[in-house]
Design a protein around this ligand. Sequence first.
Ligand code: ZN
Length: 265
Amino acid sequence: MNLPALFVSHGAPSLLLDGGPAADFLKSLGQKFPRPQAVLCLSAHWETRGPLFTASEKLETIHDFSGFPEKLYQTRYPVSGFPELAERAAALCRGAGVPAALEPKRGLDHGAWIPLMAMYPKADIPVVQVSLPFAQGPRGVFALGAALAPLRKEGVLLLASGGFTHNLRELSWGKSEASAPAQEFHAWTLSALREGRLEDLLEAPARAPHFLEVHPRMEHWLPLYFALGAAEPSWRCEVLYSGFEHGSLAMDAFAFSSASEGSES
Ligand code: ZN
């Protein structure tokens, strides 16, 4: 059985403390699919030149944010790493012509541990995090997902964590109605995903309306390509959650599976 590849929007670091519909959705997400043997997570918050895989037995909880309630800095997600999976993933990458390496010390940043804590609060499913090769752009991140696609057959959940829109300058706390440009971008990308328009998506920074307004920098957008690549050659997109928080953060989440996989996701 193949697990789908997921894209989730992780929102603000205080997502779980604040609660709300997107937090409730993430808390329900762990039960929606069969329990994975392990999770391989790519987050917007660890950028490197080429992909690196966390390869330690114990993963530190990294508090890579400032200005949030003290309680958040005391929160730990005490999950185990999975060095053998890191090695297998790096080997798959190299086999696909994607240079990759292991990182023996790093733990999980908040883009990884916040959704994981919501989905698997017992912290009993081992995790490997892979870094975002930012400079390689949409096609490079897509190729990384494609290289790791075989892991979906091996009980590994491929989880991409970013933000469907992410312009922090436009944030308006507590407001749920999005700006007109954010809504236009949202509608365009959602139909491109549903219609399987791969080239439009790979060229979204040039083709999607208002791209630079909703993604002034691309790091929260790029994880989407990881999930898409993992479901190629032609994906089925299931919209798991759709909606805005704080005026400009689209919190959409998707499950991607290959069209040829039928309905087993
Ligand atoms: Zn983030």
